[in-house]
Design a binder for this molecule. Sequence first.
Ligand code: DON
Length: 308
Amino acid sequence: MSPAAEAVTDALRELHTRFAGLREGRLADYIPQLARAEPDAFGLALISMDGHRYSAGDASTPFTMQSVSKPFVYALALSVLGLDEVCRWVGAEPSGEAYNAISLEPDTGRPDNAMVNAGAIITTALIPDTAEAPRFERILDCLGRFAGRRLDVDEQVYASEAATGDRNRALAYLIRSTGPLPVDPVAAVETYFRQCAVRVTALDLAAMAATLANGGVNPLTGDAVVPEPVAAQVLAVMATCGMYDASGEWLLRVGLPAKSGVSGGLIAAGPARFGLATYSPRLDPGGTSVRGRAALGALSERLGLHLM
Ligand code: DON
């Protein structure tokens, strides 16, 4: 093993041991099925641009993507429609608010960005829906290409969110009331719930983040999933908006584009270097994994990953 590979392997193992004892935070329970996760599950994964896979702990444990799906569906929308068209419908400014805030710009009626729920619902709505390629099939196929394998849906988590997701439906109705979106955001919410319920592991998420870091080319499969400028655009929005109202402090301290999800997944990308992911379902009040946040912060410091 090269010294660099050894340093990464040691760092992941050491951080896994160090933070496994951290028991702060609560499982998300507003989607009841998420509260059934094993609270002590903890996995770390890193994939480098040469396709090397490093991991520690529960890196192969399945969980649902939740908001970690948002940057990848945004990437698909940007690939299909281009930046200018997508920006007509969803902005690129940090909202400074929680992920489920109303977050509609007063002057344009657009959601602030594609990382908050309101913006992600629009992003999903923008994905074309045809008889040959239904919207959700396109999304699932694209998420699988980012991961390097075909993914599936956790139907129980989907049903649980569909049964309790009235706040997102309310956001969709508000979006519809503010502007002439050419597709139905209310129908898009159901597709959004399905994309949130796509099942992955920390190793899958590391491959997905690594694909963004690698200019849109999956380093495991060589598949050019999205064009290079799209990968850069998505990383830019992750850097400024991926951690919601904690995005500024995250960029200050950790220095990497990132995205969190309420099932406990967290990704970060080092452009042209690596994709990183953690899984641990206990969350801070902002909906980010407590152990994941601590481990990625410590890893950034230890390996000097801060981009600035
Ligand atoms: O829309 C929701 O509320 C969930 N399906 C996803 C929210 C989420 O993951 C927020 N991230 N930290």
